[in-house]
Ligand binder design. Structure first.
Ligand code: SAH
Length: 345
């Protein structure tokens, strides 16, 4: 059985041809799946019954099942999905005034093990397929209704996207193809912990979508303590990769920086950050640490975050404080879990 959402447009075309159908069927099928978001081939009423039967014998449409939906007081919605092998992942729908964003997962769990991240505690199980990534979008869009169109997608859920490059790339192709999900490349952001070969590959193969880097520290000494992968890809190598990256003022690189009290939030850190990003078109996103019982860090105070932000602005670096959405349902950054046990610890 082919999982039809694993196929980009070209592959869908080949699949349709191999079944002996006319070429124009590809567009029709893509539109039923990605625009009308049907769940079965039987709903494809402009395709003959016999052809629908052949399709359903050879391919499958949905690969996820919604297990639970939680809604935050701020309107954010968290979805718990079950995969065909029983594993579970989460996605977060974040409504804004003028647009809607979906935060998707790319792996079941995560192998990186950042010290402040709750997702890391579940360990790593496996990569998601392209269909499992794309299906998060389709299921959430079906649930929230077509009048609340998801325009933005951030690859900031569970997992490290660049350790699953092929499938992430395929998912982006499906999301941006005009006959498929038809999202604007500028409205898709991929966030990496700093896997340097992934950044270089994105520069060549996917540079129309936006890049975000979870930097979180300005010295290797501190970064190694909170992001273990820093031993493999230290700050200097990450910054060198960002300098090679084809960014400009329109398509700036987002630097993510989680604010941990007394760890990485001093004015000296802010000044070091200014030096690190000098000459690179960036926008800094300061993320207030989302704490949880037993967390090994404390969130920086609002005043300290603002002080840090001011240093950046003083040096003409755009810096914003990320609004932590969906905290009451553990949907904020780093809170997504694969195991549905105690939601907060
Ligand atoms: N693996 C990718 C994608 C995850 S994006 C990456 O590291 O970029 C999620 C963002 O939330 C990352 O910047 C991550 O470091 C951050 N994060 C993780 N746990 C957090 C927490 N408890 N509070 C605030 N931000 C957190």
């Amino acid at each position: 059985m082919v999982k039809i959402k694993d196929l980009n447009f070209k592959e869908l075309q080949e699949f349709v041809q191999n079944l002996g159908f006319e070429n124009y069927r590809t567009k029709q099928i893509a539109q039923w799946i990605y625009k009308k978001r049907v769940k079965s081939f039987d709903e494809m009423t402009n395709i003959s019954k016999a052809a629908r039967k052949v399709l359903s014998e050879n391919a499958k449409i949905d690969v996820l099942k919604v297990v639970k939906v939680e809604k935050s007081v701020d309107g954010t919605k968290k979805y718990l999905f079950e995969l065909e092998d029983g594993n579970r992942i989460e996605s977060v729908f974040i409504p804004e005034k003028d647009w809607n964003t979906l935060c998707v997962s790319t792996q079941v769990g995560c192998p990186i093990g950042c010290k402040f991240c709750l997702t890391a505690k579940d360990g790593f199980t496996r990569n998601l397929s392209a269909a499992e990534i794309v299906d998060q979008y389709i299921h959430v869009q079906r649930d929230v209704g077509e009048d609340r169109r998801i325009s933005n997608v951030v690859f900031m859920g569970m997992g490290e996207p660049f350790l699953n490059f092929e499938n992430v790339k395929k998912a982006v192709e499906i999301m941006t193809n005009k006959d498929m999900l038809d999202l604007s490349t500028r409205k898709i952001t991929i966030s990496t912990v700093g896997v340097v070969p992934g950044i270089d590959r994105m520069a060549k193969e996917m540079n129309k979508v936006k890049l975000a880097i979870s930097l979180h520290a300005t010295t290797d000494e501190v970064r190694e303590k909170i992001v273990p992968l820093n031993r493999k890809y230290p700050i200097s190598e990450i910054m060198a990769a960002l300098r090679r990256y084809p960014a400009d003022n329109i398509r700036r690189i987002m630097i993510e920086y989680v604010m941990l009290e007394g760890v990485n939030d001093s004015v000296e850190d802010a000044k070091r950050l200014v030096k690190l990003v000098k000459g690179i078109p960036v926008k800094v996103n300061l993320i207030p640490f989302n704490s949880y019982p037993g967390a090994p860090f404390k969130p920086s105070s609002k005043e300290q975050i603002e002080k840090f932000q001011k240093v950046l602005w003083d040096y003409n670096i755009a810096a914003f404080i990320r609004d932590s959405r969906g905290q009451d349902i553990s949907a904020a950054c780093g809170m997504l879990r694969t195991k549905e046990k105690c939601n907060r610890c």
